[in-house]
Design a protein around this ligand. Structure first.
Ligand code: BG6
Ligand code: MG
Length: 222
């Protein structure tokens, strides 16, 4: 894979731009509790970045209930979780954008770097609306645009193509192991957001976007 100068930055949403990863966890744990088992934060790491139905399968596996539900019952469980999740999202405002995100997106634009949102979530639209940050992205790709969620590279490749960017010039920002895997499979470099021990495949790991600007990314990726 040819790696060129950084021309585009692709951002995961949940856990990178907004703190909705904790809402996903809260809603999944509520579902597990309804089903009668405990669901820990460590278990939850496996759900990050993957699709809603895949997340449900992992959760049911943790609870030892993999074989218990029909497909339509599983759909009802996923809808229940999503209803709770959307209740939490409904209370969001622009104050819920994570520190550094708006500054970084603005600075990248100023330096001619294209920006895209690349999320597995089907709820990305409502979150962008609640927080008022949609205009900071040159392209938006979400769970409604793709057929294969992370760790498949589809979401990142589609985002790059919408920006007319070469994968080798894209840098992905991700808090999920599945997302870092997807970035590598797309031939892109990555910045892991979170704890380094949870994101071993990332090119660089940072605790968050606060203090990150074009200048420091240029030093790392150009
Ligand atoms: C990802 C989250 O962004 O979106 C996952 O990291 C989530 O935890 C996935 O399962 C799908 O989200 P949604 O909002 O479509 O249920
Ligand atoms: Mg995420």
């Amino acid at each position: 894979m040819i790696r060129t100068m950084m021309t585009a930055c692709l951002f995961d949403l949940d856990g990178v731009i907004v703190d909705t990863a904790r809402f996903h966890y809260k809603a999944w744990r509520r579902l597990a509790s309804r089903l009668g088992f405990d669901f820990t934060e460590d278990d939850n790491e496996r759900l990050k970045g993957v699709s809603r139905m895949r997340s449900l399968d992992i959760l049911l596996d943790v609870g030892g209930m993999s074989e218990r539900f029909t497909d339509s019952e599983k759909q009802e469980l996923a809808d229940l979780k999503n209803g709770w999740y959307l209740e939490y999202v409904a209370a969001m405002t622009s104050a819920d954008v994570l520190p550094g995100a708006v500054g970084l997106l603005t600075d990248l634009r100023r330096h001619g770097i294209a920006t895209a949102l690349a999320s597995s979530s089907r709820n990305a639209g409502v979150i962008l609306q609640r927080t008022g940050i949609a205009t900071l992205f040159d392209a938006v790709v979400d769970g409604n645009d793709i057929t294969r969620a992370k760790p498949d590279p589809q979401v990142f490749l589609l985002a790059a193509s919408r920006l007319d960017a070469e994968p080798g010039g894209c840098v992905v920002f991700e808090d999920a192991g599945a997302g870092i895997e997807a970035a590598s499979a797309a031939g892109m470099r990555s910045v892991g957001i979170g704890a380094a021990d949870r994101l071993p495949g990332a090119d660089v790991v940072l605790p968050g976007l606060a203090g990150v600007d074009y200048g420091c990314l240029k030093g790392l990726f150009v």
